[in-house]
Design a protein around this ligand. Structure first.
Ligand code: SAH
Ligand code: SF4
Length: 376
C-alpha cells in the first residue's frame, strides 16, 4: 500500500467552476456572465464543453475569450485529500467537496486495461442497512451532479485518461455503488449520467453505467426510462422477515413490490439483465434453502447474481460466510442456469471494499481501524 497526500489545489473563491456542469448549465453561465444570446451561448458553451470533457482542460489557456473566461470562471477539480493504492491495484480517493464534506470513490481495475469507477451519490446514507458501514454514518447531503461528475474527472486525471474516447480505456465502466442511495438523489444522478455518457465528451456508454439501489421502488421506472442505465438491486435476502432486518427500506417496499418493479424495468432483456447483489453473511442468509429460494424468486427475470463476500468493518454484527459455503451457494444458483460470479473483495487493505466506505466525522477512526486491519 502506498499513501500519497496530493497537494491541495489553489482556492477558487468567488469563481464559478464550469467543470462538472451540464451542457445547458455551461451555456446559461456564459449567457448570464457575458450577455450572449441563446445561440452564441450554446455555441461557445459547446466549445468549452469539449475542452473540459474531451481534452480534460484545467484552465482556459487554449480557449478563445480566455481572459474574459478566467475573470469569471475556473475549470477546477475537487481536492483529493487522500489517495490510497491497494496491493491489488484498487485505488481509493477521499475527495473534499467543501468544508466538512468528504466522499470516497474507488477505482477497481479489471483484466486488461479496463476498470470500473465506483462513485458516491450522497455523503453518508439515510438508510441503515445493518451490514453496511456507510449506513452507520449520520451526516448526509445529496451530491450535486457536478460533484458526481467531478469524481470521474479527478480519477481521469490520476489515470491520465485524456483525451477522452478511444477503445483502450482504463476507465471503462461507472458503478453507482459508493456512498449513498442514488435513487434518493435521482435528479442529480440523471444529470451526471447525461454528462458522463455524452458522445462528444467522456463518452462512457449508458450500458456501462450501473446504478445500484437498495430498492427505492417508486423511482426505479424513472431511472430506466430516463437514463437507460443498467440496474443493480441490493437484494441480500429472499423473504421479507429477514430483508426487513438487513435492508430496512424493505418494510416500506417489500420483496413482491420490488420484484414487480424489476419485471417492469424499461429495456430489460437477456442482453440487459438486472444484477442482483447478495452479500454473504455467515449463518444469516447463506443456506442451501436460501439459494433455492433465490432461484425461485428470480424466475422469469433476466438476471445476474453477484455474490459479495461480506466485508467486515469495526463493530460489524456479522461475519463473512466461509469460502466453501459461498461456493456451495453459488453452485445451486449456477446449476439453475444463472451466472453467479463471486465478487472478489478488492481493496480490503485500504478499506475500499463494498460497504466499507465511510467518511468525514469518523474518518480518523476509520484510518485507525485500517491500520489495525493492516496489522492483522
Ligand atoms: N445504496 C446503494 C448503493 C451503494 S451500496 C445500494 O444499497 O445498493 C453498494 C453495494 O455494496 C450494495 O449492494 C450493498 O448492499 C453492498 N454492501 C454494503 N455493505 C457491504 C459490506 N459490508 N460487505 C459487502 N457488501 C456490502
Ligand atoms: Fe445505504 Fe446502500 Fe449502505 Fe444500505 S447498503 S446503508 S442503502 S449505502
Amino acid at each position: 500500500m502506498t499513501e500519497l497526500d496530493l497537494s491541495a489545489r489553489p482556492a477558487t473563491a468567488g469563481l464559478q467552476n464550469l467543470a462538472g456542469m451540464t451542457r445547458g448549465e455551461i451555456a446559461a453561465q456564459l449567457r448570464d456572465a457575458f450577455g450572449l444570446d441563446e445561440k452564441k451561448a450554446r455555441m461557445r458553451g459547446a466549445q468549452i464543453w469539449r475542452w473540459i470533457y474531451v481534452a480534460g482542460a484545467t484552465d482556459f489557456a487554449a480557449m478563445t475569450m480566455r481572459a474574459e473566461l478566467a475573470g469569471r470562471f475556473v475549470v477546477a477539480r475537487p481536492e483529493v485529500t487522500e489517495r490510497l493504492v491497494s496491493v491489488d491495484g484498487t485505488r481509493k480517493y477521499l475527495i473534499r467537496l467543501g468544508p466538512g464534506v468528504e466522499v470516497e470513490c474507488v477505482y477497481i481495475p479489471d483484466v486488461g486495461r479496463a476498470g470500473a469507477l465506483c462513485v458516491s451519490s450522497q455523503v453518508g446514507c439515510t438508510l441503515a442497512c445493518t451490514f453496511c458501514h456507510t449506513g452507520t454514518q449520520k451526516l448526509v447531503r445529496n451530491l450535486t451532479s457536478a460533484e458526481i461528475v467531478n469524481q470521474v474527472m479527478a480519477v481521469k486525471d490520476d489515470l491520465e485518461e485524456w483525451p477522452s474516447g478511444g477503445d483502450d480505456r482504463r476507465l471503462s465502466n461507472i458503478v453507482f455503488m459508493g456512498m449513498g442511495e442514488p435513487l434518493y438523489n435521482l435528479d442529480h444522478v440523471e444529470r451526471a449520467i447525461d454528462v458522463i455518457s455524452a458522445d462528444d465528451g467522456i463518452s462512457i456508454s449508458r450500458r456501462r453505467i450501473t446504478v445500484s439501489t437498495s430498492g427505492v421502488v417508486p423511482e426505479m421506472h424513472r431511472l430506466g426510462a430516463e437514463t437507460s442505465a443498467m440496474l443493480a438491486i441490493s437484494l441480500h435476502a429472499t423473504n421479507d422477515v429477514l430483508r426487513d432486518e438487513l435492508v430496512p427500506i424493505n418494510r416500506k417496499y417489500p420483496i413482491k413490490e420490488l420484484m414487480n418493479a424489476c419485471r417492469a424495468y424499461p429495456g430489460l432483456s437477456n442482453a440487459r439483465r438486472i444484477t442482483f447483489e447478495y452479500v454473504m453473511l455467515k449463518g444469516v442468509n447463506d443456506s442451501d434453502a436460501e439459494a433455492r429460494a433465490l432461484v425461485r424468486l428470480l424466475k422469469g427475470v433476466p438476471a445476474k447474481i453477484n455474490l459479495i463476500p461480506f466485508n467486515p468493518w469495526p463493530g460489524a454484527p456479522y461475519e463473512c460466510s466461509s469460502w466453501e459455503r459461498i461456493e456451495g451457494f453459488a453452485d445451486i444458483i449456477s446449476r439453475a442456469g444463472y451466472a453467479s460470479p463471486i465478487r472478489t473483495p478488492r481493496g480490503r487493505d485500504i478499506f475500499a471494499a463494498c460497504g466499507q466506505l465511510k467518511s468525514e466525522s469518523v474518518k480518523k477512526r476509520a484510518s485507525e481501524a485500517r491500520k489495525e486491519r493492516m496489522a492483522l
